[in-house]
Unconditional design. Structure first.
Length: 394
């Protein structure tokens, strides 16, 4: 069944950014009902929100005398989550002081759903003790806040109060709307991205990996209620909120971080593309080029997953297998050699999935001999299926 988000939009220059929130949530199959304050409609027309949400937009309650009484109660009841974004000092102040005098403040007052505010306002306003006091008061009643970030404001000043990236806000909402909370109390450790092996101060060797698969796994575990640590090599991806993100660059650094966390982890998913080789000697000075080529020796580096397999006691250990041939047979060999519980095998030669793609096509093999084929689907869906399999839900 579709989840329902009620989006309250209050008036500020960041209103146009709320359009992206609607668009992203609709793409995730969430039903979005928008309530706009009168001042919000001065910045963006209700029609824009209506077109993106495919739902009627509710504005000033007194302009709809036949419907408002039902409307503010029905949206309050329908909401699985009520997000106020952007939230002005005015709406925060109203709710904190029990004022319900328009459709948005009335709906917030009438709902039992989780309410999340994403404030956006001028820095001086945001830092004003009255606003801060109101935020503190609302937090004490269980209202949640997605803190604004620091940056250049529309009014030309720089400081705190800038609306958080819509993608981060959507990520937070999706976490709240996730229907499976079956990893509550579990510690999940995920590795992602490549590692690098430096040759000299400017050159290194590495593996192809954008980290997208690992980040999707970490977010899925977080959304299902786990305490998640993500040990990640260099990627261009945004560090996800509510996840303990540890950034590393070499195989050795990844190994050290993973070993520190291993004993306290319940589930470990190693999706990182770890470099197997490193230069025998690192040159502290930049290697100057001559007329000829350059050759140097590479030596084997740690097989981190193999070490984890050897230490494993109660943990569920999941590896990945990146293969260009004999997909299943090679993956099966790794599953047994590294003493894994599951391995996710993907064919890296497929042109429409895998590296840098939003999608993947994998076979998940278990040590008991089960094989589950997941045909081309988003990396988020692969992550969701993976946890369903680990938790024996499919
Ligand atoms: N892995 C690891 N340490 C390494 C190499 C790989 O921990 N030095 C982990 C990966 O994170 C992945 C699994 O082992 O979960 C398999 O990685 P893959 O690159 O497919 O295979 P390799 O073990 O490196 O074997 P080969 O390169 O011969 O295919």
């Amino acid at each position: 069944m579709k989840k329902n988000l009620v989006l309250g939009v209050s008036g500020g220059i960041a209103v146009y950014k709320a359009l992206e929130i609607v668009s992203l949530l609709v793409k995730k199959n969430i039903n979005v009902d928008v309530i706009m304050t009168e001042s919000a409609t001065e910045f963006v027309t209700p029609l824009s929100f209506q077109s993106l949400s495919q739902n009627m937009v509710t504005c000033d309650m007194f302009s709809e005398p036949k419907a408002w009484e039902i409307q503010h109660i029905s949206l309050a009841t329908k909401a699985d989550v009520l997000l106020v974004a952007p939230a002005t000092a005015n709406i925060i102040g109203k709710v904190a002081n029990g004022i319900a005098d328009d459709m948005l403040s009335t709906t917030i007052m009438a709902t039992k759903a989780k309410v999340i505010f994403a404030p956006a306002m001028n820095t001086n306003m945001y830092e004003n003790p009255i606003v801060q006091g109101n935020i503190k008061k609302l937090k004490s009643f269980g209202y949640e806040f997605i803190d604004p970030i620091e940056g250049r404001m529309a009014c030309g000043t720089t400081g705190a109060g800038k609306f958080e990236d819509p993608k981060v806000i959507v990520d937070r909402v999706l976490m709240e709307l996730h229907e499976k909370k079956d990893l509550v109390g579990k510690n999940v450790l995920v590795t992602a991205g490549p590692t690098i092996a430096p040759i000299d101060p400017v050159r290194y060797i590495t593996n192809r990996s954008t980290g997208k698969m690992g980040y999707a796994i970490a977010k899925e575990a977080r959304d299902r209620g786990a305490n998640v640590t993500l040990v990640t090599g260099p990627t261009s991806l945004e560090a996800p909120k509510n996840i303990n993100v540890i950034k590393i660059s070499t195989n050795e650094e990844m190994k050290n971080e993973v070993l520190k966390l291993f004993d306290s982890s319940d589930i470990i998913v190693k999706s990182a593309a770890v470099a197997d080789f490193k230069p025998k000697a690192y040159s502290t000075q930049k290697i100057k080029k001559g007329d000829g080529g350059l050759s140097f020796d590479l030596i084997r580096d740690n097989d981190i997953l193999m070490e984890l397999g050897n230490r494993k006691e109660k943990q569920i250990l999941v590896g990945f297998a990146a293969e260009s041939e004999n997909l299943k047979a090679n993956a099966m060999t790794k599953l047994h050699k590294k003493k894994l519980d599951y391995i996710v095998a993907n064919d890296i030669t497929a042109s429409d999935t895998g590296f840098a793609s939003e999608d993947n096509r994998v076979i998940i093999l278990s040590k008991e001999g089960n094989e589950i084929y997941l045909d081309k689907m988003s990396k988020e869906k692969i992550a969701s299926n993976l946890f369903d399999i680990i938790l024996e839900k499919r």
